[in-house]
Design a protein around this ligand. Structure first.
Ligand code: RVP
Length: 498
């Protein structure tokens, strides 16, 4: 009953943030924010679970910068679990579960293993996992390739006694040992001589290069992965947990669905899964968010239709403008202490601060990241300019069986559609300009957020959320906000046009 038109929905381009009194030095500003109830990130950026955005290389780059990558699920359970494993093994410090090899393996097998895991040195262990030597790619070089199939690892390895460290060695002690003995690798063993870890100089140097990186309690990079609720989603969830995933994103394009809400509830109560952080999504109303809060979700992802490649609002007529959607969801989430993630629709760095003031604690980005070097897919050259493909997960390309099997069309309610000509897509396929490494893209985005915080006088993200105020604007103001009445001759690294 009552007014059928409800309230007015606003989105990013409908608002600006009011400047506020500022007494801050750049070093005062802290962009740390909560991703979930239990995980905080140094930078509140998440890369979208899309097959043209996040696979292991992107997830590694995101975690190194201090954000998080969510691995897409348009691939088999085994392949997605392998992606998780690749991120978890890319160490920032100590490898807690190093890949080992047996003394009877051939050099050919050693070479295959090195290629598969992209590593060059292995502890050699006996059947009880006791360290008996170390073997590296260097050891291969002195044996002719023709003999690799018949030569065994124990013929070329460096046998015990080796320089080793105890399992719980501190970073400083490990550094001393590596330096003193000019070691490339330091195996860690327990009192019985079993291998428990491996430290490499390369990883130690890297961890100094990425002081903000998002790490778990064991110093491994953090990673998220998308699951749904349909079919074998539960097996997917447990396989990802076994591989070490930190965050499961249980989402579909429409998350206010009984089976998905039940999935979140089960994940948060089953003893096998309840310790992993679970994000539920996507919703765009207060009631939708409340359902996930009640189900025990550790964060709620918001966005129905704002995505750059999304046609949901056009195809279905359903959606909520993103600033309003985030605000409405936050009304349910904030009292429960559950963070909101604003997913989709961001075009510039200034929108990160707007999402935070509307009630989000982090943002998920697709198009802004799709042009990065680390995203899946090759560079495409068009008229001498470099592009990368970017497509919606509800596009024909992602849902049809052309190319390879689609594992994710249930995200758009199409799980039972077997023939491609019956698919109703809710996304498009396109391309974005190549932008180089994620590090430079993230630098511009976070630099923009720093400036937002300076202009608004907010030292921290919670302060920005609490104190930030909007002013609603008109289309004339939006025109004024963008460059106008000049011809742009040089593209800025953080602005490419209206
Ligand atoms: P954007 O950053 O505006 O490119 O939006 C990315 C988001 O769009 C994703 O995180 C997801 O929520 C949504 N998406 C992905 N595929 C589709 C679709 O095909 N409609 N939408």
């Amino acid at each position: 009953p009552g007014d059928p038109f409800g309230f007015l929905g606003l989105t990013y381009d409908d608002v600006l943030l009011l400047p506020g009194y500022s007494d801050l030095a750049p070093s005062d500003i802290d962009t740390t924010s909560r991703l979930t109830r239990e995980i905080s990130l140094k930078i509140p950026l998440i890369s979208a679970a899309m097959d043209t955005v996040t696979e292991s290389a992107m997830a590694i780059a995101m975690a190194r910068q201090g954000g998080l990558g969510v691995l897409h699920r348009n691939l088999s359970i085994e392949d997605q679990a392998t992606q998780v494993d690749l991120v978890k093994r890319t160490q920032t410090g100590i490898i807690t579960n190093p890949v080992t090899i047996g003394p009877d393996a051939t050099l050919e097998e050693l070479d295959t293993l090195a290629g598969q895991f992209r590593i060059s040195g292995f502890p050699v262990v006996d059947t009880e996992n006791k360290l008996i030597g170390m073997v590296t790619n260097r050891d291969l070089r002195f044996t002719p390739v023709a003999e690799w199939a018949t030569t065994k690892v124990d013929e070329v390895m460096t046998p015990q006694p080796l320089i080793t460290g105890p399992s719980g060695i501190s970073r400083d002690d490990a550094t001393l040992l590596l330096r003193k003995h000019k070691l490339e690798r330091l195996p860690l063993i327990d009192p019985d001589g079993r291998i428990t870890g491996l430290i490499t100089v390369k990883d130690f140097v890297k961890s100094e290069q990425f002081p903000n990186s998002s790490k778990d309690s064991q110093g491994r990079l953090m990673v998220g992965a998308a699951i749904g609720y349909f079919g074998d989603a539960w097996q997917r969830a447990t396989a990802l947990i076994d591989a070490g995933v930190d965050v499961l994103v249980a989402d579909t394009a429409h998350g206010n669905v009984r089976m998905l809400i039940e999935m979140v509830k089960r994940l948060k109560t089953d003893p096998a899964t309840k310790d992993v952080q679970v994000i539920g999504g996507n919703v765009a109303t207060r009631q939708g968010a409340q359902a996930f809060v009640d189900a025990g979700a550790d964060a709620v992802k918001v966005g129905v239709g704002p995505g750059s490649i999304c046609t949901t609002r056009v195809v279905t007529g359903v959606g909520v403008p993103q600033i309003t959607a985030v605000y409405e969801a936050s009304l349910a989430c904030k009292p429960a202490g559950v963070p909101v993630i604003a997913d989709g629709g961001l075009k510039h760095s200034g929108e990160i601060g707007k999402a935070i003031v509307a009630g989000a604690e982090s943002v998920m980005l697709g198009s802004l990241f799709a042009g990065c070097e680390e995203t899946p897919g090759d560079l495409v050259l068009v008229n001498g300019k470099q592009f990368k493909t970017y497509r919606g997960m509800g596009s024909m390309g992602a849902m049809s069986s052309r190319g390879k099997k689609s594992y994710s069309k249930d995200r758009y309610f199409q799980a039972e559609v077997t023939s491609d000509d019956k698919i109703v897509p809710e996304g498009i396929e396109g391309q974005v300009a190549y932008k180089g490494p994620l590090a430079t893209v993230a630098h511009q985005l976070i630099g923009g957020l720093h400036q937002t915080m300076f202009y608004t006088g907010a030292r921290t993200v919670p302060e920005l959320q609490a104190e930030g105020r909007f002013v609603r604007i008109t289309s004339a103001s939006l025109k004024e906000s963008h460059p106008h009445d000049v011809q742009m001759t040089v593209e800025a690294p953080n602005y490419s046009g209206f």
